[in-house]
Design a protein around this ligand. Structure first.
Ligand SMILES: [Zn+2]
Length: 399
C-alpha cells in the first residue's frame, strides 16, 4: 500500500511537472480586425513563463537567454514577448496542420530577437552596435556558420523585431488624422500610376531614401498588410500615432506571420534575397493565417479592380513590377489570390507547392504564372477548367 501510495505521488508529481504551463495576456485580433487583449495559457513552457520550447526561443536583442515572463515588471514588454510567442505558435501550427509542410515539421528551434537594432551581417551575425541602427521593421535571418576564430558561434534561423521609433514626417505629414492615413491606402490601391507603395509615400511626403528607411515605411509588403499594421498602431499608441509614424512590428500579428512564412518558404526561396515574388508569397500566407475577411476583401478588391478592363486598364501588369524598386506586392498577392478564388481550401498547400518551381530570382510574368499553372495539374479539382479560369484571370491582369 505504501509502495502504491508513493507510486501515485510520483505519478502526480510527474503529471504536474509535465503539464506545467503559464497563464498570461496577449494582444490578438478579434473578428472585426481590432487588436484586443486575450488571456491565454501556454502549455509548452514552464510555470515561470520561460519562453523557450522546441520550436521557439524568445530573447532580448543579442542575448541568448530566453525571456522569463514572470520576471518582467513592465506589462507592455511582457505582453510583447507573450504575443510574439503566441502568434508564432499559431503560424507554425498552420504550416503543420493546414499546409502539411514537411520542411516546417523538420525545422529546429528558431531564435526570436526583440528590440534589436543591429544590422544583420551574414558573416558576423550582428553588425557593430554603432553601425546605422534600424527601427520600425522586422526581418528573417538565414542560419550562419559563425567564425570560431573570432568567437562568433554558429546560429540557426532567427526572426528579428526592431524597436518602434517615432519618426516625424515633414510638415505636410499626417496630423492626428487616422481617416487620412486610411485614405492613403485606398488612394494607392485605386491609382494606377504608382507601382510601389513605398515610392508613393516617399513622393507624397518628399522623403529622402534615409527618411524612408527610418520611417519603417520601407518594409516591403502588400498594402493590405501594411495598412493592417498602421491601423494596429492606433490601438497600441492611441493619439500619439498620427503626429508621426512608428511601427511596433512585434505587436502586429500579420508581420509575425509574414516573417515566419519567409522561413517556412526558405527551403526554396532564400532569405538573403528579397523579391516581389518572395514578398507576395509571404503575404499570401500572412493573410491566410490571419484568416480575416476584412483583409481578404481588400486583396480581392484590388485583384478585381486590376481585372476590370476599362477603368483601370493601366493598372495591369507592367514589366517594372519585376524589379524591387517598383515592386508591386499587391499585384503578386492578387495573382496568388486567384488560386484562392478557385478553391480556398486547397489554396494553402497549392500555393506552398508552387515554391518548388521558384527561386528568389523568379519573375512574375514567366516563372510565377507558369508555376501556378503547372501545379494546377496536381492540385486543381478539375485541372483543365481550373487552368482555363486562371489563364483568363491572368490575361485580364495583363499577364
Ligand atoms: Zn518580407
Amino acid at each position: 500500500m505504501i509502495i502504491q501510495c508513493s507510486k501515485l505521488l510520483v505519478l502526480l508529481l510527474i503529471t504536474q511537472f509535465s503539464f506545467a504551463a503559464f497563464k498570461t495576456t496577449v494582444l490578438t485580433r478579434n473578428k472585426e480586425m481590432d487588436l484586443v487583449k486575450k488571456e491565454v495559457v501556454f502549455k509548452d513552457i514552464d510555470n515561470l513563463g520561460k519562453l523557450e520550447d522546441k520550436s521557439f526561443k524568445i530573447v532580448r536583442a543579442k542575448s541568448e537567454k530566453p525571456i522569463i515572463l514572470s520576471e518582467l515588471n513592465d506589462d507592455l514588454e511582457k505582453m510583447r514577448a507573450a504575443s510574439v510567442y503566441f502568434h508564432l505558435k499559431k503560424a507554425k501550427k498552420y504550416f503543420l496542420d493546414v499546409v502539411k509542410s514537411k520542411y516546417v515539421s523538420e525545422l529546429g528551434q528558431i531564435t526570436i530577437r526583440l528590440g534589436i537594432t543591429n544590422q544583420f551581417n551574414s558573416i558576423g551575425h550582428f553588425a557593430h552596435d554603432n553601425l546605422a541602427p534600424e527601427y520600425n521593421n522586422a526581418l528573417s535571418i538565414p542560419p550562419g556558420e559563425g567564425r570560431a576564430r573570432f568567437g562568433i558561434d554558429p546560429w540557426q534561423h532567427e526572426i528579428w523585431f526592431r524597436p518602434a521609433k517615432e519618426v516625424n514626417l515633414p510638415s505636410e505629414g499626417l496630423k492626428n488624422d487616422f481617416e487620412q492615413t486610411a485614405a492613403l491606402f485606398s488612394e494607392f490601391r485605386t491609382q494606377s500610376r504608382f507601382a510601389n507603395f513605398q515610392r508613393f509615400v516617399a513622393d507624397l511626403f518628399l522623403l529622402s531614401g534615409d527618411e524612408l528607411v527610418d520611417s519603417g515605411l520601407s518594409i516591403l509588403g502588400s498594402t493590405a498588410i501594411i495598412e493592417a499594421s498602421f491601423i494596429a498602431m492606433k490601438h497600441i499608441y492611441g493619439l500619439l500615432q498620427g503626429k508621426s509614424y512608428l511601427l511596433d512590428t512585434s505587436f502586429i500579428p500579420e508581420i509575425v506571420y509574414h516573417e515566419f512564412a519567409h522561413i517556412a518558404l526558405s527551403d526554396k526561396l532564400t532569405l538573403s534575397h528579397s523579391s516581389p515574388v518572395n514578398e507576395g508569397m509571404a503575404d499570401f500566407f500572412a493573410a491566410s493565417i490571419a484568416n480575416s475577411s476584412t483583409l481578404a476583401d481588400k486583396v480581392k478588391d484590388y485583384a478585381k479592380r486590376v481585372r476590370e478592363k476599362d477603368a483601370f486598364r493601366e493598372q495591369t501588369y507592367q514589366s517594372g513590377f519585376e524589379s524591387n524598386a517598383y515592386a508591386n506586392i499587391d499585384f503578386v498577392l492578387g495573382v496568388l489570390w486567384q488560386v484562392r478564388e478557385l478553391d480556398e481550401q486547397k489554396s494553402h498547400s497549392y500555393i506552398y507547392n508552387i515554391r518548388n518551381n521558384l527561386t528568389s530570382s523568379s519573375n512574375i510574368r514567366g516563372d510565377l504564372v507558369k508555376s501556378i499553372l503547372k501545379e494546377c495539374r496536381r492540385s486543381c479539382k478539375s485541372p483543365l477548367s481550373g487552368r482555363i479560369k486562371l489563364l483568363n484571370a491572368y490575361h485580364e491582369m495583363g499577364l
